[in-house]
Ligand binder design. Sequence first.
Ligand code: OGA
Ligand code: NI
Length: 308
Amino acid sequence: SGCVGSSDLSASVSVPVIDLGLLPSSKDEQGKLKLALCSGGCFQAIGHGISNSFLNKVRGVAEQFSQLLQEEKQKYSRAANQVEGYGYDLVVSEKQWYVICSDLTLSRRTVSYELNSCREVLHEYSIKLKQLVDLLFKAMAKSLALEENSFSDQFGDNPVMHVRFNFYPPCTRPDKVLGLKRHSDRSWITVLLQDEQVEGLQFVKDEKWITVPVIPHVLVVKLGDQMQIMSNGIFKSPVHRVVTNTDKLRISVAMFNEVEPEKEIRPVEGLIDENRPRLYRNVKIYASFNYECFQKGKVSLEEVKFHA
Ligand code: OGA
Ligand code: NI
Protein backbone atom coordinates (compact mmCIF):
# COMPACT_ATOMS: atom_id res chain seq x y z
CA SER A 1 0.00 0.00 0.00
CA GLY A 2 1.19 3.51 -0.69
CA CYS A 3 2.84 5.77 1.83
CA VAL A 4 3.89 8.70 -0.30
CA GLY A 5 1.21 11.34 -0.53
CA SER A 6 2.25 14.45 -2.40
CA SER A 7 1.18 16.48 0.63
CA ASP A 8 3.79 14.96 2.95
CA LEU A 9 6.68 15.49 0.56
CA SER A 10 8.05 18.90 1.30
CA ALA A 11 10.66 20.34 -1.02
CA SER A 12 14.25 19.34 -0.34
CA VAL A 13 15.39 21.07 2.83
CA SER A 14 19.00 20.86 3.70
CA VAL A 15 20.32 18.68 6.48
CA PRO A 16 23.27 20.26 8.40
CA VAL A 17 26.63 20.07 6.64
CA ILE A 18 29.64 19.42 8.87
CA ASP A 19 33.30 19.62 7.93
CA LEU A 20 35.07 16.67 9.54
CA GLY A 21 38.44 18.21 8.74
CA LEU A 22 37.62 21.10 11.08
CA LEU A 23 36.15 18.99 13.89
CA PRO A 24 39.28 18.32 15.95
CA SER A 25 40.22 22.01 16.17
CA SER A 26 37.14 24.18 15.62
CA LYS A 27 34.79 24.87 18.53
CA ASP A 28 32.20 26.14 16.06
CA GLU A 29 32.20 22.88 14.14
CA GLN A 30 32.03 20.88 17.39
CA GLY A 31 29.00 22.95 18.40
CA LYS A 32 27.35 22.29 15.05
CA LEU A 33 27.97 18.57 15.45
CA LYS A 34 26.38 18.48 18.88
CA LEU A 35 23.36 20.44 17.73
CA ALA A 36 22.90 18.20 14.68
CA LEU A 37 23.08 15.01 16.75
CA CYS A 38 20.81 16.25 19.53
CA SER A 39 18.15 17.50 17.14
CA GLY A 40 17.94 15.44 13.96
CA GLY A 41 20.63 12.79 14.58
CA CYS A 42 22.03 13.16 11.08
CA PHE A 43 24.22 15.37 8.94
CA GLN A 44 26.03 15.54 5.62
CA ALA A 45 29.79 15.14 6.10
CA ILE A 46 32.33 17.03 4.03
CA GLY A 47 36.09 17.20 4.61
CA HIS A 48 36.13 13.43 5.19
CA GLY A 49 39.32 12.98 3.17
CA ILE A 50 37.96 10.28 0.85
CA SER A 51 38.45 11.23 -2.79
CA ASN A 52 35.61 11.60 -5.20
CA SER A 53 37.16 9.06 -7.51
CA PHE A 54 37.26 6.50 -4.72
CA LEU A 55 33.60 7.14 -3.79
CA ASN A 56 32.74 6.57 -7.44
CA LYS A 57 34.61 3.28 -7.31
CA VAL A 58 32.44 2.22 -4.37
CA ARG A 59 29.31 3.15 -6.31
CA GLY A 60 30.82 1.35 -9.29
CA VAL A 61 31.12 -2.00 -7.54
CA ALA A 62 27.54 -1.74 -6.29
CA GLU A 63 26.43 -1.06 -9.84
CA GLN A 64 28.54 -3.93 -11.11
CA PHE A 65 26.77 -6.27 -8.72
CA SER A 66 23.35 -4.98 -9.75
CA GLN A 67 24.18 -5.75 -13.38
CA LEU A 68 25.14 -9.39 -12.82
CA LEU A 69 22.81 -11.96 -14.28
CA GLN A 70 20.13 -13.12 -11.92
CA GLU A 71 21.60 -16.65 -11.74
CA GLU A 72 24.94 -15.17 -10.81
CA LYS A 73 23.39 -13.06 -8.04
CA GLN A 74 21.51 -16.05 -6.72
CA LYS A 75 24.82 -17.73 -5.99
CA TYR A 76 25.16 -15.25 -3.14
CA SER A 77 21.59 -15.50 -1.97
CA ARG A 78 20.73 -14.89 1.63
CA ALA A 79 19.69 -17.89 3.69
CA ALA A 80 16.56 -17.68 5.86
CA ASN A 81 17.19 -15.68 9.03
CA GLN A 82 20.63 -14.62 7.86
CA VAL A 83 21.71 -11.09 7.18
CA GLU A 84 24.54 -11.90 4.84
CA GLY A 85 23.82 -12.42 1.16
CA TYR A 86 21.73 -11.18 -1.72
CA GLY A 87 18.01 -11.02 -1.36
CA TYR A 88 14.72 -9.31 -1.83
CA ASP A 89 13.44 -7.91 1.34
CA LEU A 90 9.96 -9.34 1.64
CA VAL A 91 8.62 -6.49 3.67
CA VAL A 92 9.88 -3.72 1.48
CA SER A 93 10.20 -5.35 -1.91
CA GLU A 94 13.60 -4.26 -3.08
CA LYS A 95 16.71 -6.13 -3.80
CA GLN A 96 19.45 -5.70 -1.28
CA TRP A 97 22.84 -7.17 -0.77
CA TYR A 98 24.53 -7.41 2.58
CA VAL A 99 28.16 -8.26 3.08
CA ILE A 100 29.40 -8.76 6.56
CA CYS A 101 32.94 -7.50 7.02
CA SER A 102 34.31 -9.36 9.97
CA ASP A 103 37.77 -8.33 11.16
CA LEU A 104 37.89 -6.18 8.07
CA THR A 105 38.03 -9.03 5.60
CA LEU A 106 34.98 -9.21 3.43
CA SER A 107 32.58 -12.06 3.50
CA ARG A 108 33.00 -15.56 4.72
CA ARG A 109 32.17 -16.87 1.29
CA THR A 110 34.27 -17.33 -1.76
CA VAL A 111 33.38 -14.76 -4.38
CA SER A 112 33.71 -15.19 -8.12
CA TYR A 113 36.48 -13.65 -10.11
CA GLU A 114 34.27 -10.72 -11.21
CA LEU A 115 33.55 -9.81 -7.63
CA ASN A 116 37.14 -9.72 -6.50
CA SER A 117 37.36 -6.02 -7.23
CA CYS A 118 34.24 -5.55 -5.16
CA ARG A 119 35.91 -7.25 -2.23
CA GLU A 120 39.03 -5.13 -2.60
CA VAL A 121 37.22 -1.83 -2.94
CA LEU A 122 34.92 -2.53 0.02
CA HIS A 123 37.86 -3.61 2.13
CA GLU A 124 39.62 -0.33 1.43
CA TYR A 125 36.40 1.60 2.01
CA SER A 126 35.87 -0.08 5.38
CA ILE A 127 39.35 0.96 6.53
CA LYS A 128 38.72 4.57 5.50
CA LEU A 129 35.34 4.62 7.22
CA LYS A 130 36.79 3.11 10.37
CA GLN A 131 39.10 6.14 10.63
CA LEU A 132 36.16 8.44 10.02
CA VAL A 133 33.97 6.90 12.71
CA ASP A 134 36.86 6.76 15.20
CA LEU A 135 37.26 10.49 14.79
CA LEU A 136 33.54 11.00 15.15
CA PHE A 137 32.94 9.05 18.34
CA LYS A 138 35.77 10.94 20.03
CA ALA A 139 34.27 14.26 18.91
CA MET A 140 30.84 13.14 20.09
CA ALA A 141 32.14 12.21 23.54
CA LYS A 142 34.02 15.49 23.82
CA SER A 143 30.97 17.47 22.77
CA LEU A 144 29.18 16.08 25.84
CA ALA A 145 32.18 16.82 28.10
CA LEU A 146 32.96 13.11 28.46
CA GLU A 147 36.23 11.20 28.27
CA GLU A 148 37.13 10.45 24.65
CA ASN A 149 36.57 6.72 25.04
CA SER A 150 33.26 6.83 26.92
CA PHE A 151 31.32 5.41 23.99
CA SER A 152 34.01 3.27 22.39
CA ASP A 153 34.62 1.45 25.70
CA GLN A 154 31.28 -0.22 25.11
CA PHE A 155 31.98 -1.47 21.59
CA GLY A 156 33.88 -4.60 22.66
CA ASP A 157 37.01 -6.01 21.03
CA ASN A 158 35.22 -7.03 17.86
CA PRO A 159 32.77 -4.36 16.81
CA VAL A 160 30.95 -5.21 13.60
CA MET A 161 30.89 -3.25 10.38
CA HIS A 162 28.66 -4.42 7.59
CA VAL A 163 27.77 -2.96 4.26
CA ARG A 164 24.52 -3.07 2.36
CA PHE A 165 23.95 -2.18 -1.26
CA ASN A 166 20.40 -0.96 -1.73
CA PHE A 167 18.89 -1.07 -5.20
CA TYR A 168 15.64 0.78 -5.77
CA PRO A 169 14.39 -0.04 -9.26
CA PRO A 170 12.34 2.61 -11.05
CA CYS A 171 8.64 2.26 -10.45
CA THR A 172 5.86 3.66 -12.61
CA ARG A 173 3.62 4.18 -9.57
CA PRO A 174 5.92 5.32 -6.72
CA ASP A 175 2.84 6.34 -4.76
CA LYS A 176 1.85 2.69 -4.56
CA VAL A 177 5.06 1.20 -3.18
CA LEU A 178 6.65 1.39 0.20
CA GLY A 179 10.26 1.81 -0.90
CA LEU A 180 12.25 1.16 2.25
CA LYS A 181 9.64 1.61 4.93
CA ARG A 182 10.11 3.89 7.92
CA HIS A 183 12.66 2.66 10.43
CA SER A 184 15.59 3.74 12.53
CA ASP A 185 18.94 1.97 12.15
CA ARG A 186 19.96 -0.49 14.82
CA SER A 187 23.65 0.44 14.46
CA TRP A 188 25.45 2.98 16.60
CA ILE A 189 26.33 4.90 13.48
CA THR A 190 25.57 4.47 9.77
CA VAL A 191 27.51 6.11 6.95
CA LEU A 192 25.55 6.30 3.74
CA LEU A 193 26.84 6.95 0.25
CA GLN A 194 23.85 8.17 -1.72
CA ASP A 195 23.32 7.70 -5.42
CA GLU A 196 25.17 10.39 -7.35
CA GLN A 197 22.00 11.76 -8.94
CA VAL A 198 18.85 10.20 -7.62
CA GLU A 199 17.34 11.38 -4.34
CA GLY A 200 15.08 9.22 -2.22
CA LEU A 201 16.20 9.24 1.42
CA GLN A 202 13.85 11.11 3.75
CA PHE A 203 13.89 12.00 7.44
CA VAL A 204 11.05 13.12 9.66
CA LYS A 205 11.32 16.73 10.76
CA ASP A 206 8.50 18.57 12.52
CA GLU A 207 6.21 15.70 11.58
CA LYS A 208 6.98 16.13 7.88
CA TRP A 209 9.15 14.04 5.59
CA ILE A 210 12.10 15.97 4.23
CA THR A 211 14.26 14.75 1.38
CA VAL A 212 18.04 14.65 1.82
CA PRO A 213 19.47 16.50 -1.16
CA VAL A 214 22.15 14.86 -3.23
CA ILE A 215 25.37 16.84 -2.82
CA PRO A 216 28.41 15.57 -4.71
CA HIS A 217 31.26 14.14 -2.64
CA VAL A 218 29.31 14.06 0.60
CA LEU A 219 28.65 11.20 3.03
CA VAL A 220 25.39 11.10 4.96
CA VAL A 221 26.00 10.25 8.61
CA LYS A 222 23.11 9.12 10.76
CA LEU A 223 23.09 7.80 14.28
CA GLY A 224 21.43 4.54 15.11
CA ASP A 225 19.54 3.21 18.13
CA GLN A 226 22.66 1.94 19.91
CA MET A 227 23.92 5.52 20.14
CA GLN A 228 20.60 6.83 21.40
CA ILE A 229 20.79 4.22 24.18
CA MET A 230 24.43 4.91 25.09
CA SER A 231 23.87 8.67 25.12
CA ASN A 232 20.85 8.22 27.40
CA GLY A 233 18.58 9.71 24.76
CA ILE A 234 20.61 12.91 24.25
CA PHE A 235 21.65 11.98 20.73
CA LYS A 236 18.85 10.93 18.39
CA SER A 237 18.48 7.92 16.16
CA PRO A 238 16.40 9.42 13.36
CA VAL A 239 13.40 7.77 11.75
CA HIS A 240 13.90 7.62 8.00
CA ARG A 241 12.61 5.93 4.88
CA VAL A 242 13.38 5.75 1.17
CA VAL A 243 10.93 6.47 -1.63
CA THR A 244 11.30 5.27 -5.20
CA ASN A 245 10.83 7.31 -8.35
CA THR A 246 9.39 6.75 -11.79
CA ASP A 247 12.27 6.53 -14.17
CA LYS A 248 15.62 6.01 -12.53
CA LEU A 249 17.30 3.20 -10.63
CA ARG A 250 18.70 4.45 -7.33
CA ILE A 251 21.70 2.76 -5.73
CA SER A 252 23.00 3.52 -2.25
CA VAL A 253 25.75 1.99 -0.14
CA ALA A 254 25.14 1.92 3.60
CA MET A 255 27.89 1.02 6.08
CA PHE A 256 26.57 0.08 9.52
CA ASN A 257 28.75 0.07 12.63
CA GLU A 258 27.55 -2.01 15.53
CA VAL A 259 28.93 -3.00 18.90
CA GLU A 260 30.18 -6.55 19.36
CA PRO A 261 26.91 -8.54 19.39
CA GLU A 262 27.37 -10.19 22.80
CA LYS A 263 28.47 -6.97 24.46
CA GLU A 264 25.99 -5.36 26.80
CA ILE A 265 25.41 -1.67 26.18
CA ARG A 266 23.95 0.91 28.56
CA PRO A 267 23.63 4.65 28.98
CA VAL A 268 27.01 6.21 29.85
CA GLU A 269 27.12 6.98 33.62
CA GLY A 270 28.23 10.58 33.09
CA LEU A 271 25.01 11.29 31.20
CA ILE A 272 22.69 10.21 34.01
CA ASP A 273 21.72 12.61 36.79
CA GLU A 274 18.69 13.89 38.69
CA ASN A 275 17.58 16.06 35.81
CA ARG A 276 18.13 13.34 33.27
CA PRO A 277 17.30 9.99 34.86
CA ARG A 278 18.37 6.82 33.19
CA LEU A 279 16.12 6.19 30.18
CA TYR A 280 17.18 2.75 28.95
CA ARG A 281 17.94 -0.60 30.51
CA ASN A 282 21.08 -2.62 29.74
CA VAL A 283 20.78 -4.28 26.35
CA LYS A 284 22.53 -7.27 24.85
CA ILE A 285 22.32 -8.63 21.26
CA TYR A 286 20.41 -5.51 20.27
CA ALA A 287 20.67 -6.28 16.56
CA SER A 288 18.49 -9.41 16.70
CA PHE A 289 16.15 -7.81 19.21
CA ASN A 290 15.66 -4.86 16.87
CA TYR A 291 14.96 -7.18 13.94
CA GLU A 292 12.37 -9.14 15.91
CA CYS A 293 10.63 -5.92 16.91
CA PHE A 294 10.71 -4.64 13.31
CA GLN A 295 8.97 -7.79 12.13
CA LYS A 296 6.30 -7.53 14.82
CA GLY A 297 5.74 -3.86 14.00
CA LYS A 298 7.13 -2.77 17.39
CA VAL A 299 9.60 0.06 17.99
CA SER A 300 12.59 -1.56 19.70
CA LEU A 301 13.81 1.66 21.34
CA GLU A 302 10.48 1.88 23.14
CA GLU A 303 10.79 -1.73 24.28
CA VAL A 304 14.13 -1.11 26.02
CA LYS A 305 12.99 2.11 27.66
CA PHE A 306 12.13 2.42 31.35
CA HIS A 307 8.55 3.58 31.65
CA ALA A 308 7.68 5.53 34.79
C1 OGA B 1 19.17 1.56 5.24
C2 OGA B 1 18.78 2.89 4.74
C3 OGA B 1 18.94 4.54 3.00
C4 OGA B 1 19.15 4.64 1.52
O1 OGA B 1 19.73 0.78 4.44
O2 OGA B 1 18.93 1.28 6.45
O3 OGA B 1 18.16 3.63 5.45
O4 OGA B 1 19.23 5.79 1.07
N1 OGA B 1 19.14 3.22 3.49
O5 OGA B 1 19.20 3.63 0.84
NI1 NI C 1 18.22 2.93 7.49
